[in-house]
Design a protein around this ligand. Structure first.
Ligand SMILES: NC(=O)c1ccc[n+]([C@@H]2O[C@H](COP(=O)([O-])OP(=O)(O)OC[C@H]3O[C@@H](n4cnc5c(N)ncnc54)[C@H](OP(=O)(O)O)[C@@H]3O)[C@@H](O)[C@H]2O)c1
Length: 339
């Protein structure tokens, strides 16, 4: 098989983790990197042994050696950068969230279709072997009837640590940066939310620093989800069902899920019965981003324009939910026209 040839657009923090995972995959090759600065592109290329480095994104996407562009710029710029890549005939893996609003995401999906190119949001959680294994068991009904999911994700972003996490014009938001993961997990395990209610703590600039969301899902399952740019959360997710409890100690980087069945009739009902570790069908490679890379390779080789693991409809649904949450808590982005 010929290796799929990748380019990285925006060599920042996540691009480095992505490049180190890509290096572990024999059928994938990082052939180019593009930055707004030739020096930054060259430094990244030296660190990851990338053949070509460019001091502009326009030059990067024009490289005929490139099959797929991985967009790792701040979310507010994803649409503009995807447009460049599609116009140059490239497939796109775009970091999450795909865009700041569902309207922009619909535009990106339409652009991909117009150019007949593959597009996937880099929602690596949905490609992770442990999440896939857990999801299969939940959807098969093996773990009982889901009643309540709780998931939280947050870390402390000190002032000045990251321009994109403090600047509303770049899409700074606990919801868009972190909250997208609990929302996606709930969507994957419970289905599409019927109703979401949210509250948030905003900064003076109107950024949601902390957000709490409760949701009602099909079958009457409920979810509580939090995201934070100010506090160090457990990153735990728990799904309580009528027959037991599934725990992902760190649902953002899971090693395995732990299922403990409820032992009916045992004392005060706090003790569990049998316990089982739910591992992925395949081992986790690198930091886990490798699995979204493999998924893009599989889809492009099969001639698909979207991934069944991260379908466009799912990406749009989560963005619609985040639009709804933003409306509820009063968060607006300067570049997004709100309906
Ligand atoms: N999947 C995950 O787990 C994960 C984790 C972290 C972040 N992300 C996503 O990845 C994207 C990038 O996040 P990051 O943490 O890697 O950000 P970052 O460290 O700030 O890097 C973003 C890069 O984008 C480029 N860029 C282009 N225009 C820019 C502008 N106006 N301001 C700032 N940077 C600009 C910069 O590279 P040049 O100037 O050199 O071109 C910069 O290095 C975000 O959408 C984020 O949500 C995903």
């Amino acid at each position: 098989m010929t290796a799929l040839r990748w380019a990285i657009l925006g060599p920042g923090r996540i691009a480095r983790t992505f490049a180190s995972d890509l290096a572990l995959l024999p059928d994938h090759q990082l052939v180019a990197v593009g930055s707004r600065s030739p020096e930054r592109a060259a430094a990244f290329a030296a660190d990851f042994e990338v053949a070509a480095s460019y001091g502009s994104y326009e030059e990067l996407v024009a490289d005929p050696q490139v099959d797929v562009v991985y967009i790792a710029s701040p979310h507010a710029l994803h649409l503009e950068h995807a447009r460049l890549a599609f116009r140059a005939g490239k497939h796109v893996l775009c970091e999450k969230p795909l865009t700041l609003s569902v309207a922009e995401a619909e535009e990106m999906v339409a652009l991909a279709a117009e150019h007949g190119r593959f597009l996937m949001e880099a929602m690596w959680t949905a490609c992770h072997p442990v999440i896939l294994a857990v999801r299969e068991r939940v959807l098969a009904g093996d773990l009982g009837r889901p009643r309540h999911l709780h998931a939280e994700l947050g870390f402390v972003v000190p002032p000045g640590a990251s321009a994109r996490m403090h600047d509303p014009a770049l899409g700074a938001s606990a919801l868009l940066d972190m909250g997208i993961y609990p929302l996606t997990l709930a969507h994957l395990l419970l289905g599409e939310a019927e109703e979401l209610a949210a509250t948030a703590q905003l900064s003076e600039d109107g950024i949601d620093l902390d957000v709490a969301i409760s949701g009602r899902y099909p079958g009457g399952a409920l979810a509580t989800m939090t995201a934070s740019l100010t506090s160090w959360s457990s990153r735990r997710a728990e799904l309580a069902t009528d027959t037991g409890r599934l725990t992902l100690e760190d649902f953002h980087h899971p090693d395995a899920g732990t299922w403990v069945s409820y032992a009916a009739g045992q004392g005060d009902g706090t003790s569990g019965g049998t316990s089982e570790q739910i591992a992925g069908a395949a081992p986790v490679i690198g930091h886990g981003f490798s699995h979204e890379i493999l998924e893009v390779g599989r889809c492009v080789a099969a001639g698909l324009t979207e991934s069944p693991l991260v379908p466009h409809a799912q990406t749009l649904t989560i963005l619609r939910q985040m639009d709804d949450v933003r409306r509820q808590v009063g968060v607006r982005f300067p570049t997004v026209a709100e309906g």
